[in-house]
Design a protein around this ligand. Structure first.
Ligand SMILES: *Cc1c(COP(=O)(O)O)cnc(C)c1O
Length: 454
């Protein structure tokens, strides 16, 4: 256990020694952050004693909130039984076997196998390897291109960040050459004069155009999140996914549904592909599979891919020391039990999800809210100065950061993505918790409006 320190000491040490993900190191030395020291239900507490309603479920992962002692018990029991063994060299372990079986049993019926990783990023790296093996074994080695979307987030290894569509990230390293990006289905920012439905069709048809441009014989796969999460909770127009699915049906390419956020109930179905009725060949999962309590990710593989890669392809040259880690898998089994026995997917679809959406939509009447999106337990709002012209509060996408500072002042964790604010609250929220979230959000919006003199 760590030694007790004062809040100031923690912050000084942190700023001196610790390099944080997606952080401006130089700025952090002076701004410093918040040290989170404990949690309960949907709340986190920092070392200054401040309590926050965490409307982001950590980083989209603690869907069942922070108080789930059964997951802790599963972790401790597994620690006593077998704290580590690997799955290389013809070995396996009971939690990995049971979790694989359970995931296959609850997934859409075409899914037959699971490959475990420690994270979503590694799972998407694994997808690239699986896709390559598949087409090589099908004797179509020219099929190498993977089509992804702008503003997508698929993780942070070189491969996963290449699949992702963030310009700011791509500027800092050389992306893989066989990945190409099409537009995101963000009607509010990209749709200009079209109706949402028309734009949804056009955005989907960009996939068809890109396949033709690259040549279908060169295209291996398309990867997409059912709803783009880190890109700003982009809920696509309702015409988008049916059109994408039509194109995918007609074309001989694989489809990866990156369900690292949408998976395990977030959209009101087990997976987002079920909400949108798409038929992926590979599903990426991570985050909520262990409620964020242990690092675990993986890929669900359907019959089409599994039939090919499990037949005389030789050794699959890929894997991680912690693939199928027994403690992480035990945590996942306990998490799946809670999701099932607590009827959480049904609650997101029919109870707390619709309640959140009805309250979240009401924010549309706020003077600086230009657009409201959401589904299940996901939501986003776009901040503007002028609702008609969509003029932003200030140039350079800074207004979200300003609003976030007010949220923190008001004991609310909401995330800023450029000029939008996004939420992904835990499924264990009560109606009262949602009311409190909305009240804090509205207050923060009021303060943001006065900051910008709107
Ligand atoms: C978070 C995320 C990832 C990456 O997962 P890590 O566990 O952080 O590597 C991949 N895809 C999506 C959609 C994500 O939200």
């Amino acid at each position: 256990m760590y030694k007790e320190k004062t809040s100031v000491q923690w912050k000084d040490l942190d700023a001196s020694y610790h390099l944080h993900p997606f952080t401006d190191f130089h700025e952090y030395e002076t701004s410093k952050g918040r040290i989170i020291e404990k949690s309960e239900h949907i709340y986190i507490y920092d070392t200054d004693g401040k309590k926050y309603l965490d409307a982001m479920s950590g980083l989209w992962c603690c869907s069942l909130g922070y108080s789930q002692p059964e997951i802790g018990k599963a972790v401790i029991n597994q620690f006593k039984q077998l704290p580590y063994y690997n799955n290389f060299f013809q070995c396996s372990n009971a939690p990995a076997v049971e979790l694989a079986e359970r995931l296959v049993n609850i997934a859409p019926k075409q899914f037959q196998r699971v490959f475990f990783t420690n994270s979503g990023s590694e799972a998407n790296d694994t997808n690239i390897r699986l896709i390559r093996r598949y087409w090589d074994l099908k004797k179509q080695p020219k099929k190498r291109f993977i089509i992804a979307r702008k503003n997508a987030y698929h993780g942070s290894t070189i491969a996963a960040a290449s699949l992702g569509g963030f310009n700011a990230v791509h500027k800092q390293f050389e992306t893989l050459p066989y990945i190409s990006h099409i537009i995101e289905p963000n009607w509010y920012t990209e749709g200009s004069d079209d109706t949402a439905d028309d734009f949804g069709l056009k955005a989907a048809q960009e996939l068809e155009k890109q396949i033709d441009e690259l040549g279908e014989e060169n295209v291996a796969a398309f990867i997409a999140e059912p709803i783009q999460g880190a890109g700003g909770v982009i809920v696509p127009p309702k015409t988008y996914w049916p059109e994408v699915q039509r194109i995918l049906k007609e074309r001989n390419i694989l489809f990866v549904s990156d369900e690292v956020i949408c998976g395990f109930g977030r959209t009101g179905s087990l997976f987002g592909c079920q909400t949108y009725e798409t038929e992926p060949d590979l599903i990426t999962f991570a985050k909520a599979v262990t409620n964020g309590f242990q690092p675990l990710g993986g890929v669900l593989v359907n019959d089409r891919v599994s039939d090919v890669i499990t037949k005389d392809g030789g050794e699959f040259g890929h894997g991680f020391t912690y693939s199928g880690h027994p403690i992480a898998c035990a945590a996942a089994i306990a998490t799946l039990e809670i999701i099932e026995h607590g009827n959480f997917i049904d609650k997101v679809a029919n109870d707390i999800g619709p309640y959140l959406q009805s309250k979240w939509k009401e924010l549309a009447d706020h003077p600086i809210v230009g657009h409201v999106r959401g589904i299940g337990m996901l939501g986003s709002i776009e901040l503007v100065r002028n609702k008609n012209t969509k003029e932003r509060l200030e140039p350079d996408q800074k207004s979200g950061g300003i609003c976030r500072e007010f949220c923190i002042e008001n004991n609310l964790i909401m995330r800023a993505v450029g000029d939008s604010m996004i939420i992904s609250p835990p499924f264990v929220c009560s109606y009262k918790d949602i009311d409190s979230l909305i009240e804090k959000a509205r207050k923060s919006l009021d303060q943001t409006a006065s900051y910008y003199s709107v």
